[in-house]
Design a protein around this ligand. Structure first.
Ligand code: FPP
Length: 242
């Protein structure tokens, strides 16, 4: 992909380091075409693959996506199974292309309760990711922002009791999040025209800029992602200062 089709050289110098996406609207995309919701997730998975490649090509370092929330288990079993199946398929494909594209994959969330085949794949992916230096894709799987904060608080309390840290602060609590070591996202994109966080990256989004697209996730193309990033570049970020 020729990145100069989307960005000027000045813009390429100001690329955000970390972009996150709430891939919403798969179900509506399918329903509006008279297709089962699962067809929307399938198309959405393809959009995810293209989006990750785009982020890699334009020099974004971290791309975090909301693939399955702790609340998504409430969906019909058929839909849950279909999403798990798609994750398996796309992880398998990612494993094949990761080394070649220098992409790393990481998982945020409680993956211990996922189907065994998926857990095995996650282990394999983790192993391959060691040593990759390109884009890091963080897949939020069985993830909830509140659950992540509660887990981090428990881990930090343990470290405090063990004398490994002297106090718990806003800085060192970050070390116990799934995202430890990853800078906070500068930009969070949500598709499907909804304006809420839905328990996504609650800790990390303190100063993130939001971009809402009225397009459904499967309709998102490179130019839409570029538009979101350009919108972010045009904003003044003050972090509470003047
Ligand atoms: C939101 O759309 C989407 C999801 C809950 C699932 C996202 C999953 C994928 C894109 C597939 C697998 C992911 C990867 C990383 C390969 P929705 O179903 O809530 O849409 P709606 O609001 O229109 O109902």
């Amino acid at each position: 992909m020729d990145k100069s089709l989307f960005f000027t050289p000045e813009e390429l110098d100001r690329m955000p380091v970390h972009v996150a996406a709430i891939m919403d609207g798969n179900g509506r995309w399918a329903q509006s075409r008279g297709l089962p919701r699962v067809a929307g997730h399938k198309e959405g998975s393809e959009t995810f693959r293209r989006a990750a490649e785009f982020m890699n090509d334009i020099g974004v370092k971290y791309f975090t996506v909301y693939a399955f929330s702790t609340e998504n288990w409430k969906r019909p079993l058929e839909e849950v199974n279909a999403i798990m199946g798609l994750l398996e398929k796309y992880l398998n494909e990612a494993i094949d292309s990761m080394a070649e594209k220098n992409i790393r994959l990481r998982f945020f969330g409680d993956t211990s309760v996922l189907p065994q085949r998926l857990r095995k794949l996650i282990e394999r992916t983790d192993a391959i990711s060691v040593g990759q230096t390109g884009l890091c894709v963080n897949v939020c799987l069985n993830y909830g922002g509140r659950q992540e904060i509660a887990r981090a608080a428990a881990l930090a309390a343990e470290a405090l009791a063990d004398g490994k840290i002297d106090e718990i602060t806003a800085d060192n609590l970050s070390d116990y999040m799934y995202s430890a070591g990853v800078p906070d996202p500068e930009l969070i994109i949500r598709t499907g025209n909804e304006q809420r966080l839905s328990n996504f990256l609650l800790w990390q989004c303190a100063y993130s800029e939001f971009y809402v697209s009225d397009k459904m996730w499967p309709d998102i193309r490179e130019e839409d992602l570029a538009m979101a990033i350009k919108s972010f570049m045009g904003r003044k970020r003050r972090f509470g200062g003047l």
